[in-house]
Write a protein that binds this ligand. Sequence first.
Ligand code: ADP
Ligand code: MG
Length: 270
Amino acid sequence: MTVALHSAESPSPARTDQPLLEGRGVSKFFGGLAALTDVDFQVYRGEVMGLIGPNGSGKTTLFDCLSCVQRVSQGEIHFKGTDITKFKPYQVAHLGLARTFQVIRVYRKLTVLENMLLSLQWGNLTMRNKFRPNSAETEARARQLIDFLLLKRVTDEKAGNLSGGQQRLLEIGMALMPDPDLLLLDEATSGVNPTLIEEIKSRIRILNEEQGKTFLLIEHNVQFISDLCSRVFVLNYGEKLAEGTPDEIMNNQEVIEAYFGAEAGDDDGF
Ligand code: ADP
Ligand code: MG
């Protein structure tokens, strides 16, 4: 890949001691329901970290808090050394954090290219100023990313006509448009056929290793986690249950029980 998908000043993926993203005692209550309780975690620059947990364990809620779509009830979130706990979504996006959603959010009646261009207008990202909507530079960037994400053939196709996997790739492309440092991907392999899962994996690897992007991945696919993640942390009933390498996590008795124990009969595995 020779095209520059990142700006020249993008940092290298060297791990430093200061976390890129940090949650301190994060709690989120919905009325009487504790979706998250006192969760501490760190994501370091240059890593691909996994976030797993049974259905309903609070993973998406944590992403909502990190992207400031939801306000935490207690605790603090720091990104790049800045306290973003009370930020608005556009402010945290502007600082370089991007996310995708468990339920795919693309404009089904717009083309792939139009979706990519429109993505910059979400949350007032024009303020970022680096890539202005509808400038020639922006369109060139959108086309580069479309090519990189293997969507060139469907550039002018309506997004609603794409396969689930292609829509996931498009969402990743939309998240990449403002050149974020950190991407939070919520179940990027869900509803995706095995061939495209491999493609998504390879794109994440290139973005991480060659472009210096940091990832936090909510994921149920064990192989995907093992292949990509250096560390994984596990939520269960809104609390942090474990943290470690993929191997350590898959062999952790408490984690196995959380997924396959008596009360977890209706989940879908890891
Ligand atoms: P996961 O992504 O791990 O499956 P979620 O974060 O979606 O879990 O949900 C965690 C818990 O919080 C669930 O019990 C869910 O019903 C609840 N929850 C999530 N969002 C809301 C909301 N906006 N209002 C009320 N309850 C919510
Ligand atoms: Mg979820």
